[in-house]
Design a protein around this ligand. Sequence first.
Ligand code: CP
Length: 307
Amino acid sequence: MAEPLNHFTDVGDCSREQLEQLLDLAFSISRDIRAFENTRTGRMLVNLFYEASTRTRVSFEAAAKRLGMHVINVSAIGSSVEKGESLEDTFYTIQAMGPDCIVVRHPEEGNAARLAASAEPGVHVINAGDGTAAHPSQALLDALTLKQAIPDFSEIRLVMAGDIRHSRVARSSIKMLRMLGIGEIRLAGPPEFMPGDGTTEGTTVFNNLDDAVKGANAIMMLRIQKERISGLHIPDAEEYHREWGLNQARLNLATSGCVVLHPGPMNRGVEISSDVADSPQSLIRRQVRNGLHTRMALLLTLTRASA
Ligand code: CP
C-alpha cells in the first residue's frame, strides 16, 4: 500500500506507486461504478473556480455526488472576490465551513500548492489547473485513457502537438507519463509555441507534424491557449490548420489504429478536424468519461485517511 496522499496539487505530490494505485482504482471504478457509489456519504467538496471550466468542474461535482458527497460550487464571478476579497481569505472562509476537499482552479501558477500548505488537517486541496503550470487530474485521466488503449506504457509512442508552451495539460501529462515509463514522447508545434523551460526534457521536438506522427500509436492535440498568450502573434486559424492541424490524411501517416486524444475544449477546424475528432480512433469522449472515474479515485484516495 502506498503512502497516504494528502493533497494533489502537482504530479510530483505522488510517487510512481501512488500514481499506479490511483490508476488501478480508477480502472476498477470504470468497470463497476456502482460498487463505489455512496462510499463517502455526508462528506463535502467545494469547487473554487477562478477560471472557466466545463469538464473539470462538472466531473469533480459528478464524482463527488456519485460518492454521496455534498457539493458546493463557488466561482469568482458572483462571489465576494468581486468585492476585493483575496484568494487566501476566500479559501479560509470556505475552509471554516468544514469541507473535506477544496478543488481550486486559478490563473496564476503555484496558488493551489500555496493554499494546500496552509490548509487545516483533514482538508484536502486539489489543483484543477493553475496558470500554465499544472493540471494533474487531467494528466491522470489521460494516462488512464492511454493505458486502456495500450496497456503497456513502454509501448506508447505519443505525439503531443500544438501550443505546448502555454499548456498546463502538456506539463502535467509529460511529467506523469514519464514517471509511468512511457516509451516515447514527441512534441510538435510552431517554434513560438515550444516551451523554453525544462518541459521538453526527455522528449523529442519536431518542427513538422507529418514527421512527428509517422510511427506514432497515440496523438494528443492541444488547442492554442489564447487567454494565456500576450505579446505573441496568434496564427490565422486556416493557416494553422493546414500546417499544424490533425486531419485524416495526417492521421493516416501514423500506425493503423493510432488513437487520438484531446483534453478539450476543442477548436474544430483549427488544431483538429471534425472527421478526426468524431472518428472511431478518437478517444476524446472516453477521456471525459474517465475524468469521472479518475476524480472518484482521487476523492476516495484523499479522504481515505480521514474516512
Ligand atoms: N480539460 C479541461 O480542463 O477542460 P475544462 O477547462 O472544460 O475544465
